[in-house]
Design a protein around this ligand. Sequence first.
Ligand code: FMN
Length: 185
Amino acid sequence: MKIVAIMGSPRRNGNSEILLHTFLSARPQGSSLTVLVPSEMHLEFCRGCRFCERMGSCVIRDDMETVYPLLCEADRVVVSAPVFFYGFPAHLKALIDRTQPLWARRYLLREVMPPKKGFLLAVGATRGQRLFEGVVLTTRYFFDAFGCTYENGLFFRGFDVKGSIADCSQCLRDVEEAGKSFLCG
Ligand SMILES: Cc1cc2nc3c(=O)[nH]c(=O)nc-3n(C[C@H](O)[C@H](O)[C@H](O)COP(=O)(O)O)c2cc1C
């Protein structure tokens, strides 16, 4: 099984990274794992030029060249990220916008993509009921661009201090359990 994990926070060893590693801890032996950290990659912003709509590829040459095949060939994709202004941090959003060539290949050029399953882990500092609506919608349509079904998500409110999620043992148990069923199911 090929697993692609995207750590969407620019803050290393923070809440998103702890959630992600906990989720991945139960991954099956023999599975392959690639962890992407968009804030540490060379990723330019989508220029909206629409070249990909005709050609199915991007004009920009950067680290996305390695991301496209990883996403297309994955069996499971997991995103773990904080909420920034009710959306994703810009580095992760840049990666997502750059998957437009995959959307074009799927929906305009009618390429059949093998099915995959996706999961979202998200954390925010506040407690509003609608806190995760933006990131859930973005994730659903990000996943859909490369034939990945949004299976489920786990959401954590009220965590702001770096690493404070580690003090919530119930949160980590829930995440480990969810990881087990998502990655081993
Ligand atoms: C630029 C920025 C914007 C943020 N926007 C929100 C927000 O809209 N809602 C919220 O609840 N928390 C917001 N936060 C708080 C983070 O979501 C929170 O601190 C989270 O635990 C950080 O996770 P990390 O440790 O993985 O980076 C924001 C933090 C930053 C730095």
